[in-house]
Write a protein that binds this ligand. Structure first.
Ligand SMILES: [Zn+2]
Length: 198
């Protein structure tokens, strides 16, 4: 079993002066005693508050997982001076690049390639006591504030991602996450129950 805690709930909306404001859902995962922060995002204040609530000092975090290389997902990596960076294929530990596959080394957290939003977009799947199989699907699913809709299968598949790099791959990734997860944590938006599993 994997324990998880949402440190920051992801959001995305236009700002007041023509800029855009976004931070993804940042997650704390604990598996076999290892703590991993997923997508530390952009909002320093909310992230530090989330860590404090979880009783964690950023200096003590040894692993930060990045779902894909969009700056809104990784900007706060700088807050974790002692953490390796893990992406969907490699653990970046100082000058060493350690290739891995299937699960994050030493944990029960599965990595699943879910391309489409970007080619390297990776989702995490893990078993939990309370919610069954949970997927952090990064930007396979994401919504601007107020736009989230999760009760219609076709809409989940066809929802337009303005930053998509490959529409067909994104759709295939959405189908595969919907087959596997009981609950889905989107890149930006609220964790939701998946009514279309199986
Ligand atoms: Zn993105």
């Amino acid at each position: 079993m994997v324990e998880f805690q949402i440190l920051v709930e992801g959001y995305a909306h236009p700002g007041k002066n023509g800029e855009y404001e976004a931070s993804p859902t940042s997650l704390l995962l604990v598996s076999n005693g290892q703590r991993i922060v997923v997508d530390p995002g952009t909002n320093k204040k909310l992230l530090l508050a989330g860590l404090e609530k979880a009783g964690i000092n950023a200096d003590d975090v040894k692993s930060v997982f990045i779902t894909h290389y969009h700056p809104d997902h990784f900007l706060n990596y700088k807050l974790f001076p002692n953490a390796d960076l893990i992406d969907g294929q490699i653990i970046w530990s100082d000058e060493r690049e350690i290739f891995y596959s299937d699960t994050i080394s030493g944990t029960e957290i599965k990595v699943v390639a879910t391309p489409g939003h970007t080619e390297e977009n990776t989702s995490l799947l893990f078993e939990t006591k309370e919610f069954g199989t949970v997927a952090h699907a990064a930007d396979v699913f994401w919504w601007e504030d107020g736009q989230q809709k999760t009760d219609d299968y076709e809409k989940l598949l066809s929802h337009i991602d303005p930053f998509v790099t490959d529409v067909e791959k994104l759709k295939a990734s959405r189908i595969s996450i919907l087959k596997m997860a009981d609950y889905i944590i989107p890149g930006h938006g609220k964790m939701f129950k998946n009514n279309f599993k199986g």
